[in-house]
Design a protein around this ligand. Structure first.
Ligand code: FO1
Length: 346
């Protein structure tokens, strides 16, 4: 049955932080141009939680907060993370006690989110329920058409094995590698602590299996989308979904659009190219959008997969441009262009 954009759609998005949040902003802007606007549809965002870190006894969830603040209108727009109009009195005082984590900036307003989250987690509420509670203030969740689902309620953390400047080889938290070292220390190994016992969070498998369209936005393919797909049962759910799966390349003209996905791809021995990243999702994709700077790939088959590559502008320079990307993804996924699709899941 062909789903048309004028019918109520259920769209599920696997998201990391900044790139994913920016794409979803465009997706929602596109849905607002359709009959009934975004609330006529349902958007399920499954977010990576392995970037999470405990600092000062508080649980910080960067990808959840980036999506929540961005869609809720509270994000610092230049950074793409943290709160707008921030102050840093608490961080300054912590530094005076020599208790600061100077390489990881936490603003006063941001601290409030971590204090509420940590209190609710301490009372025994799972991260999914805590996220729903926090999202209410930001206009997301039940009744709004947009839900933010942690990939798992279990504790998972990305750690990176590096050789520090002092010659010592050790595993450091992803945030220390990413923010303190700007991913400049070669990552000898990227390890997902706790992934073996992690199970999909409430609603995650259902949102993948029952949606009308599944989108892989231009998030980090290794430490964001790759991590979500590593949660037991998630990749199988994507393979088995009846929904078309459309991905958008985070690599444009051989470079990450932002962030340091190249350092992550190198760490797993994958070339930094739109084509190589498609290969990471080959078993999942019906369509892979690459930027026009990679137009040579247009119309070709995804390496090792059955999906097809389409070239379209992928620089999320502003909301209208990003909305156009989302519109293309919907048009392809919803069958607007026909073309051979992945055979029905066996
Ligand atoms: N990114 C930085 O580059 N520098 C920071 O000091 C920093 C602090 C920070 C605090 C809270 C938060 O939610 C995100 C923060 N980020 C910071 C971004 C974060 O490292 C990345 O957005 C994700 O973890 C990567 O997807």
């Amino acid at each position: 049955m062909r789903i048309r954009e004028d019918m109520a759609m259920h769209i599920t998005v696997l998201s990391g932080g900044i790139g994913g949040a920016r794409f979803i902003t465009g997706l929602l802007a596109h849905l607002d141009t359709l009959p009934g606007g975004r609330s006529a549809h349902r958007v399920s965002i499954i977010a990576n939680t392995a970037d999470d870190i405990t600092l000062h006894g508080l649980r910080v969830c960067p990808d959840l907060d980036t999506v929540m603040y961005t869609l809720g209108g509270g994000v610092n727009p230049q950074q793409g993370w943290g709160r707008s109009d921030e102050s840093f009195s608490v961080a300054t005082e912590l530094a005076h006690y020599d208790a600061g984590v100077e390489w990881f900036t936490l603003g006063d307003k941001d601290f409030a989110t971590h204090i509420v989250r940590t209190r609710l987690l301490g009372l025994g509420y799972p991260l999914s329920q805590v996220t729903t509670a926090l999202c209410r203030r930001w206009g997301l969740g039940p009744g709004t058409g947009v839900e933010l689902l942690p990939m798992t309620d279990s504790g998972v953390e990305t750690h990176v094995v590096v050789t520090e400047p002092d010659g010592e080889r050790r595993a450091i938290h992803f945030q220390e590698w990413w923010v303190r070292h700007h991913a400049a220390l070669p990552a000898e190994q990227i390890v997902l602590i706790g992934i073996e016992s992690a199970t999909p969070g409430p609603g995650v498998v259902e949102a993948i299996r029952n949606c009308d369209l599944l989108l892989l936005p231009p998030s980090n393919p290794v430490v964001s989308i790759g991590t979500i797909l590593s949660v037991t049962g998630v990749r199988d759910a994507v393979r088995g979904t009846r929904a078309p799966v459309v991905g958008l390349s985070p690599i444009v003209g051989g470079r990450p659009v932002r962030g340091m996905a190249d350092a992550c791809l190198t760490a797993i021995g994958v070339e930094t190219s739109a084509k190589a990243v498609a290969g990471l999702y080959a078993d999942l994709l019906d369509w892979w959008l690459v930027d026009t700077s990679d137009a040579g790939l247009d119309g070709t088959q995804i390496p090792g997969g059955r999906g097809r590559i389409v070239a379209t502008p992928l620089l999320m320079s502003d909301v209208p441009t990003t909305a156009a990307m989302a519109a293309t993804a919907l048009r392809l996924g919803l069958g607007g262009d026909g073309g051979d699709r992945r055979p029905a899941a066996s």
